[in-house]
Ligand binder design. Structure first.
Ligand code: ADP
Ligand code: MG
Length: 349
């Protein structure tokens, strides 16, 4: 139980230099007719090469917006992105579109939830895999086609030499997801962002796709950001975990630390609201009462305080007035003291 006695605020263990992906104080604000939507509001995280970071949180917590910002895909006409996103030491916020375009698909790539919208219905899958490869490597048409066949084989598509000339609609959902993975990996990206990559798939196919990502990571040593609302998915796949709420990180640690001794009341709520194999049959799932706040007017103090059952355990009205910081390393952004964070959930369940 050493994690429970580690004082908050301690810096993370020394690492060899900067993380491969380093996000600091990221803000993504959308100007809308109703006002400013603070979709991401002061988010920081690090990811090392060869590691997988799981980002979890309810729908609308800012997971996708965060990663679109990493890829530089927000529309500058109505979106303000502030803070720092560094990839292999290179600052990406404010980088010229030309630079980002070169990095996208080549150094960093994304897998989306919905392969039907990510793939064009009008071109063969072979062409869609080969095209970015030609663009980034200057390979010939013939070489690129050969590469597409190789990639289809690699992601486990039977008869790749024939299927390379098929169109997306000729594949099942699971196979199409594999095609999208082949497309994302064709240039050996060092950073792979997978946004709910298995949400649309049934459980068996889901497990196959996650296994495949793990194998490819072993082979290529890529860093993976795995976005999901499903803690079960990260439990088996990720190394580190970042829990997001209302555009902020509320808890971080290794997957093991966060799942076995969660410290933030929001994480407790997430865990209690999800079915797990270990949940006894007679123990009903408890949804978190209330709803996430409007991001047009995020509550002052801790954004979770209106839904939190533990504000009475904190002196004065700090939860409503003072924004809790998220320290480096294993930490929760919560005003409960370390002892309460470590023990309250156990005694109240
Ligand atoms: P999720 O965690 O489910 O991926 P998102 O990152 O997609 O959540 O969205 C976070 C919040 O930002 C949501 O409230 C969403 O409505 C809002 N949002 C996303 N894109 C835009 C946009 N282009 N304009 C205004 N609000 C947006
Ligand atoms: Mg999303």
């Amino acid at each position: 139980m050493t994690t429970l006695t580690t004082p908050e605020g301690e810096p993370p263990a020394a690492t060899d230099g900067e993380a491969f992906l380093s996000v600091r104080d990221l803000e993504v604000h959308f100007a809308t007719e109703d006002g400013t939507v603070k979709a991401v509001d002061g988010l920081s995280f690090d990811l090392m090469r060869g590691r997988t970071l799981g980002i979890v949180g309810e729908s609308g917590s800012g997971k996708s917006v965060t990663n679109l910002a990493v890829l530089g895909l927000h529309d500058p006409r109505n979106t303000t992105v502030r803070g720092s996103v560094r990839l292999a030491g290179q600052e990406l916020t404010g980088a010229p579109e030309r630079t980002l375009e070169r990095l996208r698909g080549n150094t960093m790539a994304m897998i989306f939830q919905d392969s039907l919208t990510a793939l064009s219905p009008y071109y063969t899958v072979g062409r869609q895999i080969a095209e970015p490869y030609r663009k980034h490597t200057g390979a010939t048409r013939r070489q690129a086609r050969q590469r597409a066949v190789e990639m289809l084989a690699k992601v486990g598509i039977p008869n790749p030499g024939r299927r390379v000339d098929d169109y997306p609609h000729q594949f099942s959902g699971g196979m199409r997801q594999r095609v999208m993975i082949a497309m994302a990996l064709v240039c050996n990206p060092d950073l792979l962002i997978a946004d709910e990559p298995t949400t649309a798939l049934d459980v068996t196919v889901q497990a196959q796709i996650l296994d495949l990502l793990g194998e490819l990571q072993q082979e290529y040593g890529s860093a993976i950001v795995l976005i999901t609302h499903d803690l079960g998915v990260v439990a088996n796949t990720a190394d580190e975990l970042l829990v997001m709420y209302a555009g902020r990180a509320v808890e971080r640690g290794t997957v093991r630390e966060v799942l076995s001794s969660p410290r933030h009341p929001y994480t407790w709520g997430l865990l209690d609201s999800m079915p797990r194999l270990s949940t006894p049959v007679d123990q009903s799932l408890r949804p978190i009462p209330g709803a996430p706040p409007s991001l047009l007017a995020t509550p002052a103090g801790c954004p979770f305080h209106p839904r939190c059952a533990y504000t009475g355990q904190v002196e004065g009205d700090r939860c409503a007035t003072e924004r809790p910081a998220l320290a480096a390393g294993r930490a929760a952004a919560c005003h409960l003291d370390a002892h309460a964070q470590a023990t309250l959930r156990r005694t109240t369940r």
